[in-house]
Structure formats: structure tokens, C-alpha cells
Design a protein around this ligand. Structure first.
Ligand code: AR6
Length: 182
């Protein structure tokens, strides 16, 4: 099974395997660097798919701190907006989870303030920034669930995992969280 979904209040939380640059949600979230420069990983893929105008707009934003989020247009992407957030570089301190949670909460808050109904996230910090996948899956899912329970918006939050292992870890973690909260 390549997809799982859970209802949280009036919202849907989905986990799928796929390429975030192909998602047609209102916004996709970029696991960015502090300069909001194209870089590698998912950020490189998003900038390539969006086209050079994305970097031109990012240059005007004055960078982004860890845990914060900024919004731009999506240019050539199917998504109308890109929300750029900077995950923590993992160093096994309690601050890592605080920063990662803030990435999700601030991205979702920005989406809701712009009236967006659907947002796709990658697994922030779990690539080049080295956050262990199991730990990151727990923090990421709990952060999104907390936001959806408190705000009952946006209508759809989709985690888009690139690899099969990542998908399975997120699916298993979500099932454990939902079971323990029933
Ligand atoms: N769709 C979905 N997920 C993807 C895609 C894609 N097209 N491509 C990669 N991933 P990373 P980070 C997954 O390294 O750890 C950049 O250079 C990838 O498999 O992109 O937050 C930035 O500029 C992994 O699971 O982000 C920063 O300098 C996840 O996305 C730095 O890397 C995140 O991996 C950010 O590092």
C-alpha cells in the first residue's frame, strides 16, 4: 500500500510515496537552507522544477532562520505557492525537536494565513541535515497532528516521502501515534 490517510477533525492527513515537485496541493514545502538558495536535495529539485524566477524571488526575502517559514509563488510548479522552511542540522540536542516542530507549525500557520487549503511536506531535515528518520517522523507527525487538532485547518496535509523506507517509517509511526491516542 503506497498511501495511508487519517481524519483529524475535519482535516485529512495523508502519507504517500512520491515526488514533492509534482504535487498539486495549494502549497508545497521546501526543506530550505538559511539563504533560501537552490542547493541540493529536495530544495534543488523544487528550484529546478519551479524555474529561475523562484530564486529571484527568494533573493528578496533576506534569508530564513531555523524553524521559521517564508512563502513565495510556485512559478512553473503545479502548486501555486512554495513555503520555505529551514530545518535543524541534527546534533542530538533537545533543541533539534523544538526547531523541527517549529518548521511544521510555522509553515502551516503561514498556509492558513494565506487561506490555503492543502499543503504537501517532505521529511524536513532527514537528508543532508542528518536527522534520524524514526525520530524525525515522530516529531513531524505529532507537530502536524497538534496543529490540525488546534486549528482544524488546512483541509489536507500530505507527507510526500521519496523512498520506500521513508514511507514505511512514516506509516508505522502514524499508526502508532493514532493507536496510542485512541
Ligand atoms: N520529493 C520528496 N522528497 C524528496 C525529494 C523530492 N523530489 N528529493 C529529496 N527528497 P534534504 P534536509 C527527500 O537533504 O535534510 C539542501 O541542500 C530526501 O530523500 O533535501 O532538510 C538545502 O538547501 C529526504 O528524505 O533536506 C539545505 O542546505 C528529505 O527530502 C539542506 O539540503 C529531505 O532531504 C536541507 O537538508
Amino acid at each position: 500500500m503506497e498511501k495511508v490517510e487519517f481524519k483529524i477533525g475535519g482535516c485529512l492527513l495523508e502519507i504517500i510515496r512520491g515526488d514533492i515537485t509534482k504535487q498539486d496541493t495549494d502549497a508545497i514545502v521546501n526543506a530550505a537552507n538559511k539563504q533560501l538558495a537552490p542547493g541540493g536535495g529536495v530544495a534543488g529539485a523544487i528550484h529546478r522544477a519551479a524555474g529561475p524566477e523562484l530564486w529571484e524571488e527568494c533573493k528578496q526575502l533576506g534569508g530564513c532562520e531555523t524553524g521559521e517559514a517564508k512563502i513565495t509563488s510556485g512559478y512553473n510548479l503545479a502548486a501555486r505557492y512554495v513555503i520555505h522552511t529551514v530545518g535543524p542540522v541534527y546534533n542530538n540536542t533537545p533543541q533539534n525537536a523544538v526547531d523541527l516542530e517549529n518548521c511544521y507549525l510555522n509553515s502551516l500557520d503561514l498556509a492558513v494565513r494565506h487561506g490555503l487549503k492543502s499543503v504537501s511536506f517532505p521529511a524536513i531535515s532527514t537528508g543532508i541535515f542528518g536527522y534520524p528518520l524514526e525520530e524525525a517522523a515522530g516529531v513531524s507527525l505529532r507537530s502536524v497532528i497538534k496543529f490540525l487538532k488546534e486549528r482544524n485547518k488546512p483541509e489536507l496535509v500530505r507527507f510526500v516521502l521519496f523512498g520506500e523506507k521513508d514511507l514505511n517509517v512514516f506509516k508505522k509511526t502514524l499508526q502508532e501515534i493514532m493507536k496510542s491516542s485512541q
